[in-house]
Design a protein around this ligand. Sequence first.
Ligand SMILES: Cc1cc2nc3c(=O)[nH]c(=O)nc-3n(C[C@H](O)[C@H](O)[C@H](O)COP(=O)(O)OP(=O)(O)OC[C@H]3O[C@@H](n4cnc5c(N)ncnc54)[C@H](O)[C@@H]3O)c2cc1C
Length: 526
Amino acid sequence: MIQSYQQRPRLQESYDTIIIGSGMGGLTTAALLSKQGQKVLVLERHYTAGGFTHVFKRKGYEWDVGIHYIGEVQRESSILRKLFDYVTDHELKWADMGEVYDRIVIGDQHFDLVKGVKNFKKQMIFYFPEEENAINTYVNLVFKAVKTSKNYYISKAISPFLNALLGKFLKAPFYKFSDKTTDEVLRSLTKNETLIKVLSGQYGDYGLPPKQSSFSMHASVARHYFDGGNFPVGGSSQIVKTIAPVIAASGGTILVSAEVEEIMIEKNTAFGVQMKDGKIIRAKNIVSNAGIMTTYNTLLPSKTVEKHKLKERLQKIKPSVAHVSLYIGLEGSPEDLQIPKTNYWIYPAEGDHDTCVKRYLDDLSQPFPVVYLSFPSAKDPDWSNRYPGKSSIDIITLVPFEAFEKWSDTSWKKRGDKYEKIKEDIAQRLLKELYKQLPQVEGKINCYELSTPLTTRHFANYKNGEVYGLDHGPSRFRQAFLTPRTPIKNFYLTGQDIVTAGVGGALFSGVLTTMAITGKNVLKTL
Ligand SMILES: Cc1cc2nc3c(=O)[nH]c(=O)nc-3n(C[C@H](O)[C@H](O)[C@H](O)COP(=O)(O)OP(=O)(O)OC[C@H]3O[C@@H](n4cnc5c(N)ncnc54)[C@H](O)[C@@H]3O)c2cc1C
């Protein structure tokens, strides 16, 4: 059954653009095209819109699925903030997380990442006084790497003709950084293992430890949060709530519980989509926000996939790691329970990040390589208006999809006792980590629920339960096909896979896709 996200569905025979998936990239593309007068239809298979920006409610609580903090939006002049303001008509508000956005916990030591790049450096030099040079050089390299990324990403949106002419020059400076791993760059600056572990202590934000991740990915995340973290006032659901009216103003609609079965193609030109219930809806342009793996593996007709050898492209990229998330509901307000806004990244004392990941993947009973604690109710100043006397906490760790693969053919909530037992064991291990950091919340927990990679697959349609779409290793950034344009006329991609994981990356993908469709430079409008 197809439902409208708005009060009154206004499904029409044809649209200017149909967007498959209502993630941040899909919504941004929809809003930007709507602002240019296009009538856009967003089709979302989940019963709620927003992709990883959606929230779910149970037992009198609400949890955010894929937003814990967003950088750069506290400055009205930042491009990210301008974009958010533009696509939401200035309706989305942000709450600053305060002085310390991330706390890196290694064994029983902790290291705070402090807001403001000068403060960040000062604090790091306080922890590692003998490493002042390395720390200063590191911060400079982060800025340098990020500076090269603008032209790299713009090269993805310009016309193939211009790309042939200029692409090489636009991309070359970026490759100098993206071809290196985070570990290579950090080790060229210091031999201090703890400093390396701390500086790469946000690797969970992109899912790959330092020996495997591209330095460009690391740099973009580090830079993104240098000015601190922010949370949407009213929770992540405010994103879709504030974008939906912009789409509606041009006659567009977001439909939920609306699964696209196949993209319709004739003479190598996309002209519509066939829904799961058989209905065909037409549009001039079709955009997929469903992830490149899902799109090429399941949504395009096999003839088209074969014609353009699209499966060969997929051989060159890898899905990212999967995750489990423990959603906790507590009795007592964030103030009563002294719950911080700062995120905690907890790491084993022994071994570098890569060694800890390998040890765990070889034997899942070994210590978690990373445990992430996030406190959404403390970050959202509106939380206590909606949920007085209550708090929420999320705990995340990485897990291989294979650990849950054997339950792939079972249904959500009916996966059997063994599955539930494994979930409960993981939940208890994660709770222990929480109590070590916040002993005051022990005994205050009302309810908890663990999501697994199968949950991600069920709700977000990522086949391997991948947390961040594609892996962010050096080779990913060399793949020329991770662009909005595809070999099929009038068919485009958007979302994290064509830029990087992260709400900012997905937001920016909407800019690139809109530029590719309309040929207009959206950034100029801003
Ligand atoms: C646990 C977790 C924590 C995160 N924390 C942060 C954070 O703190 N800060 C940050 O910046 N980023 C964070 N991220 C990353 C960020 O949420 C994502 O990178 C971003 O939201 C992805 O947006 P997207 O546009 O690629 O689409 P997605 O959010 O992946 O949405 C794709 C949509 O397509 C829909 N779809 C798929 N197939 C079909 C079909 N056949 N028909 C119709 N619809 C379909 C799916 O249901 C889904 O809604 C986190 C992610 C996760 C999972």
